[in-house]
Design a protein around this ligand. Sequence first.
Ligand code: UDP
Length: 443
Amino acid sequence: MSNSAAPHLALFPCAGMGHLIPFLRLAADLHSRGAAATIITVEPTVSSAESDYLSDFFATFPRIKRLEFHLLPHTKSQLINEDPFFIQMERVGNSVHLLPPLLSSLSPPLSAAIVDFPILSRLLHLLSLPVYTLITSSARFFSLMTSLSHLPPPLNSQIEIPNIVPIPVSSIPPPMLDPNHFFSANIIENVAVLQHTKGVMINTFSSLEPEAIEALRAKGVLKHLLPVGPLPPFQRSKTCHELPWLDEQAAESVVYISFGSRTALSKAQMREVAGALEESGCKFFWVVKGSKVDKEDEEEVDEMVGEAFLKRTEGQGRVVRGWVEQERILGHPAIGGFVSHCGWNSVTEAAALGVPVLAWPTHGDQRVNAEVVERAGLGVWEREWGWQAGGGRLIGREEIANKLRALIGDAKLRATAKEVKEKARRAREECLLQGLLLNSISD
Ligand code: UDP
């Protein structure tokens, strides 16, 4: 490709907000650096959040093109796969043979494609252009993924991976250790083709995860590892309804609580969180979810947390259901702490904004991500709380209230979180200075 022509990149996120958001941030970032971008959007999406977010994105960036990709119906899998977002990934993988003619018809012709990891192996051999992948998890978890097909036996209940601090077996999501599960089979299938990609982008930065990034590079299975994080949010056209209440609160006084886009706490656990918020006396902003897929959320907030609780805490906090603009909330001066499930996007947002985290992982990569949070000085983690999803124990209100008070009152943690923010800012600046992304694509 000639260096004088602006590259045209196709970006292909497969399923769920945790994948869609970093892909759209990368697209907006590349676009701002002069690249032409086409987003391949999967139709239909699993959640309303995905379709709403996409509409808003294309309204905000009219020059970024949308290629609608209609999926074949789902066929029953041989693998254990009950999660609607995993089912969607499998469905996308089973439909991608329909994509190459659509891509060939794009104008100007594509320079490269950036493909979501779960569909990489299905698509890579069908495309005759440079292919990159974007990893939407931590480098530490990605190290575990790249070692999965030949994991050594756990010694002292931990997994030894060369050049990184051992990963406790208790941090590994159980489906990852079951070869019949879609999660593990999909990781192994896609790791096997990484060496045939032009490069691997990952939404992290060296000073957050120096050890894991070096370990991945030392392994030599990846041609280029490009830490591109923390991917910056873009200005959205929608307004944020939560800010007026936050504007009235004292600086760093409010705890923001969210378990991401696809995790619903049990009813019993929600009651304990509500009790803890009240007992702690902390100001709070709590985003609640009733089900994994937002379209199935039928209950109103008062049915979820109780009308009496809402009345009693009217002056103390806000509870909302549905989509909020997390990055704007986290960036508000009133926010002093973040109770997070440690989905990797939430971690990178907390890092970029210097908000101290109380890690409460629920499933997937989140315990490994929580280790990163803790080691980086970005937050604290109560390991004993276990996994929330899949039968973790009920955590009582007193225990939670103590942690909330400690989080909001921890000046040392606030200071180290601010140091992480400064490192994140420098990482983005270096990324900008080196023109890392576009240079690597137009080489
Ligand atoms: N998010 C948001 N509003 C919400 C819920 C989530 O903006 O109401 C965003 C959040 O900022 C993050 C992404 O959705 O960028 C969730 O990704 P993450 O990896 O944190 O967790 P997941 O939802 O994949 O479990």
